[in-house]
Design a protein around this ligand. Structure first.
Ligand SMILES: [Zn+2]
Length: 126
């Protein structure tokens, strides 16, 4: 999240895992103004630090790409990067995307359905 007004007291962005939020929409803890989600909207540039973190995350054993069209770069390139790094790649999406042809495993369906099934399977195997 980040402060919509980028008020002087707030960090550039922060993580808030509160669920449900105490108020909707959530407010900036510093100026009580509106906050915006930690996403990149059309026309915005990627934060270089976030891009670095995403590239670092592609250096992993298992890489999941979930609920994305896989057509917007550079985000669409992370599955390719993860494969080059030797990761087992999984795509979870209701529809085929360009990532479908390179993923090691494709789980077709909406994330809210597929992820609980994956979790239940994993829990049963432990
Ligand atoms: Zn603020």
């Amino acid at each position: 999240m980040s402060c919509w007004k980028k008020c002087p007291g707030s960090p550039p962005r922060w993580r808030d895992d509160t669920a449900p939020f105490a108020q909707i929409p959530p407010a900036c803890p510093h100026c009580n103004g509106l906050v915006r989600p930690g996403v990149v909207w059309c026309g915005e540039a990627l934060d270089p630090d976030v891009l670095d973190q995403a590239e670092a995350a592609a250096d992993c054993d298992v890489f999941l790409t979930i609920g994305t069209s896989s057509v917007v770069y550079p985000a669409a390139s992370f599955i390719e990067q993860a494969r080059r790094n030797g990761a087992f790649t999984v795509e979870i999406n209701p529809e085929a995307t360009p990532a479908s042809s390179i993923a090691d495993l494709v789980l077709r369906g909406p994330a809210e359905v597929v992820l609980p099934e994956v979790d239940a399977t994993r829990s049963a195997e432990l």
